[in-house]
Ligand binder design. Structure first.
Ligand code: URP
Ligand code: ZN
Ligand code: ZN
Length: 465
């Protein structure tokens, strides 16, 4: 099967090129600048006219939670529904989190997550491992995970009694990561202090969703981020701060990066576009916006956009963790601490970041870099993923930069009963999504299938020298 994508503007992390892209089977086989040559694509089995559109590498969402048991319930997108929604939004790879339960080994956890995902995904997928039970066996199994293609491990300074790890446990895991070259991903919030603030708020009768934000102040994200950086420096391991939301945390990351330490960070669209004002919406609607770290005041968003420009924030992921408003978010009526934490977004990352291009916050090349190329390099998938070059997987998105759309629960494909971006009007829309040479979304229709996505074993972080 051969496919020619002609007439478009290829956008990569390196810039733009008016070029035609030729695909054979699952791979890109040629990218030919039109001003150099006018190749004869007459022999391709299928030709897509991309005139007036961008041709970009399929997005890589390096932070999703499908079917995740959390907060006494489970996130509602399955690997099937979540990967289909991702494809609608131009994402062709997700890296989801396998979650170690206390008392369970890492390899047994990985087996369980393979059972959930294998044969169900519509696009390619990999796994990170959440480490919640640090002991000798866990530390040994971290190396076995790397052998199984899982090269990054998330730990939590938040959620005492659930995923929380002490500084000592974090140091042990970091030392193990230093020996193998694995990356430690950190949820950096001071959970011990936050729990005190939560208890005080509830004790004073402050139970509304906005108190979720007010009891998790940005200073406690900044403090934890600085502490994680110090621990990683002592251990000598690479550190990746997940879902960074606060200016204080960004400052700590920037300072460490300036010294040359291997510290990286991602942010998420919700921290760029939503704010504490959303958490304060009346009639419990704020529950739709409960995630951790919480949404911040708007001044933090401006700082995060700057961080994306300066590369102190290298990646934008969604932290897609969808819970329905009805019956799930509602678990926290009368007690904000019982609202399951998470926001849906896997379908909208590429569009929302393109909106940043339209608004002049980032360049076109940077859009592609933070959504596809850098996550591929950060998590050991490059150049198979994240690039439009001969030899790469033909994960390609044809993006219409002039189309207008309104984000809404009525039109999205995520399996969740609300949109965090309801009514938001944006410019730009995915026209076609191609996953390993197969058209999975085109002409407003889903053309892929559950099970066509394959597991991606990953190598180590490719930014390390
Ligand atoms: O609120 C969030 N972020 N939910 C997902 C779990 C996590 O901490 O990433
Ligand atoms: Zn987290
Ligand atoms: Zn997460």
């Amino acid at each position: 099967m051969t496919l020619a994508i002609i007439g478009g503007t290829v956008v990569t992390a390196g810039g733009t090129l008016d070029a035609d892209v030729f695909v054979a089977g699952e791979k890109i086989v040629a990218v030919i600048a039109r001003e150099i040559n006018t190749p004869d694509f007459g022999r391709a089995d299928e030709t897509i006219d991309a005139t007036g559109k961008y041709v970009i590498p399929g997005g890589i969402d390096a932070h999703t939670h499908m079917e995740m048991p959390f907060g006494g319930t489970s996130s509602v997108d399955t690997f099937e529904t979540g990967t289909k929604a991702a494809a609608w939004g131009g994402t062709t790879t997700i890296i989801d989190f396998a979650v170690q339960a206390k008392g369970t080994g890492l390899l047994a956890t990985l087996d369980k997550w393979h059972e959930k995902a294998d044969g169900n995904c519509a696009i390619d997928y990999g796994f990170h491992m959440i480490v919640s039970d640090v002991n000798e066996a866990t530390l040994k199994e971290m190396d076995a995970c790397i052998g199984a293609g899982v090269t990054s491990f998330k730990m939590f300074m938040a959620y005492p009694g659930v995923f929380y790890a002490t500084d000592g446990e974090i140091l042990l895991a970091m030392q193990q990561a230093q020996r193998s070259g694995a990356t430690i991903m950190m949820h950096a919030e001071n959970g011990i202090a936050i729990d005190q603030l939560v208890a005080q708020a509830l004790g004073a009768g402050r139970t509304d969703p906005v108190y979720h934000g007010l009891t998790r102040p940005p200073e406690l994200e900044g403090e934890a981020t600085g502490r994680a950086i110090t621990l990683a420096k002592v251990a000598g391991c690479p550190l990746y701060i997940v879902h960074l939301s606060a200016a204080q945390a960004l400052e700590a990351v920037a300072e460490a990066r300036d010294t040359g330490q291997n510290v990286f960070a991602e942010t998420c669209p919700q921290y760029l576009y939503l704010s504490l004002e959303d958490l304060a919406r009346p009639d419990f609607e704020g529950a739709k916006f409960v995630c951790s770290p919480p949404l911040r005041t708007k001044d933090h968003s401006a700082t995060l956009w700057r961080g994306l420009r300066t590369n102190d924030l290298s990646v934008v992921s969604t932290d897609h963790c969808p819970f329905c408003f009805k019956e799930q978010k509602e678990l926290g009526r009368g007690d904000f601490a019982k609202i399951p934490n998470g926001i849906p977004g896997v379908e909208h990352r590429i569009d929302l970041l393109h909106q940043g291009v339209v608004a002049g916050e980032i360049t076109l090349a940077r859009w592609v870099e933070v959504c596809a190329t850098t996550p591929a390099r950060m998590f050991g998938l490059y150049p198979r993923k994240g690039a439009i070059v001969a030899g790469a997987d033909a994960d390609i998105v044809i993006y219409d930069p002039t189309a207008r759309q309104t984000l809404s629960v009525a039109t999205h494909h995520m399996n969740v009963d609300y949109s965090a971006y309801e009514g938001m009007e944006i410019t730009g829309k995915v026209a076609t999504t191609i996953s390993r040479g197969r058209v999975v979304v085109a002409d407003g229709e889903f053309k892929g299938a559950r099970g066509e996505g394959t597991f991606l074993p990953r190598t180590l972080n490719q930014y390390l020298v």
